[in-house]
Write a protein that binds this ligand. Structure first.
Ligand code: BGC
Ligand code: ZN
Length: 371
């Protein structure tokens, strides 16, 4: 069967003839891949020093943002059935008995770093015709999400980030378990840095979670990012015409920042503007560039005197996939056009090499493997 593969060394991307997988354990299911999304991580894998092929292979089948259809199930499978649409998780546990995270199915918090990731780290991904997977790693999506479900995986980044936000803010005595009864003092204004797919999906998730959302990004009007932001009732603040200070003034109290650009200089400027008890969520993975100057005394002083928190978040557990699937349904009910407009390009497998290696265009590009 055909697969889009990356060869290490002088990175090369091409379509290979990859062995078709077979069900080998009773709890596995076979999936016909429908859509695979392309993201910044994929572009890094094809251009930089990220990602690695599985043992015994000189290439890695790329792709970790998936949507597929179950075509066959092992005799012990109970969670999924033929015809179900599924999105698979990405990370698989490390082998070490002492890793409490992986042993509890929370490899998104792996301690050892010896986890594997489909389409990224030592495990083939989803940009291929058929995939076999253990049912525990599959998440069923309702048929009405067919057109947009390939964005469930990038949305899980926001879902895990927001889940941790609520856990952290339980530190406040006025925390309330019922979201409807949480006083606005808990959190009110959110700033999303960046209007790529992770930023825009994060803006939608934060809006659904009850925040007043501001998106601070460079304008690229031909991509309609500012229109999408307006459509979800959030405010777009253009980075070309507003400094970080001006943005902060415009927003008022900044309670939460959801960083989705992977640019540390911008991030540390914004950290200076956080309000008391605020939280800053890092999701971007910057490439290593030259060191920059940061006013660390100012930042440390502010953080202490204002009880602020900064945390990074990566990968996502099954709960976050469930939350993303629920939220995606809400997005489609509330803003059907805006959600669909996040997908700006649909390409064939033959075009995948160009999409992965060519100039970054549009918002979310997806590869259609089958329809
Ligand atoms: C994926 C995560 C993964 C991370 C680091 C991201 O693009 O969404 O699942 O853990 O890359 O490899
Ligand atoms: Zn582990």
């Amino acid at each position: 069967m055909r697969a889009v593969a990356v060869f290490p060394g002088p990175r090369q991307v091409r379509i290979v003839d990859h062995p078709e997988p077979k069900i080998e354990s009773p709890t596995q299911a076979k999936i016909r891949m429908l859509n695979v999304g392309v993201c910044g991580t994929d572009r890094e894998i094809v251009t930089f020093q990220y990602g690695a092929p599985p043992d015994g292979f000189d290439y890695l089948v790329i792709g970790h943002e998936s949507l597929g259809e179950i075509i066959e199930t092992g005799p012990g499978v109970s969670k999924v059935k033929r015809g179900d649409l599924v999105v698979a998780t990405v990370r698989r546990p490390c082998p070490h008995p002492e890793c409490i995270a992986c042993r509890q199915g929370r490899q998104d918090f792996c301690y050892t770093g010896d986890f594997t990731e489909r389409g990224i780290k030592q495990r083939h991904g989803y940009m291929t015709e058929f995939v076999v997977e253990e049912e525990q790693y599959l998440n069923v999506v309702p048929p009405e999400l067919r057109d947009v479900a390939v964005m469930v995986e990038p949305l899980t980044i926001a879902e895990k980030g927001i889940a941790q936000l609520w856990d952290i803010q339980k530190r406040m005595p006025w925390w309330h378990p019922d979201p409807g009864k949480r006083p606005t003092e808990l959190f009110y204004n959110a700033v999303v840095l960046g209007a790529g797919p992770v930023g825009l999906l994060g803006a939608m998730a934060l809006t659904v979670a009850g925040f007043k959302v501001n998106v601070y990004s460079r304008t690229q009007s031909h991509e309609d990012k500012d229109d999408i932001v307006a459509a979800i009732g959030a405010r777009f603040i253009a980075a070309e015409t507003n400094t970080v200070e001006q943005m902060a003034k415009e927003v008022g109290r900044i309670d939460v920042v959801y960083e989705a650009v992977g640019a540390s200089s911008l991030a540390f400027e914004v950290i200076k503007q956080l309000s008391p008890n605020a939280a800053f969520i890092f999701t971007g993975v910057p490439g290593r560039k030259a060191p920059i100057q940061v006013d660390t005394d100012y930042i440390m002083r502010n953080m202490v005197l204002n009880n602020q928190l900064i945390y990074g978040t990566v990968n996502a557990p099954p709960e976050s996939f469930a939350a993303a699937i629920r939220d995606m349904q809400t997005f489609l009910q509330r803003w059907p056009d805006a959600v669909k407009r996040l997908i700006t390009g649909r390409f064939s497998m033959d075009q995948a090499v160009d999409v992965l290696t060519g100039e970054q265009k549009g918002i979310k590009n997806i590869i259609t493997i089958a329809s």
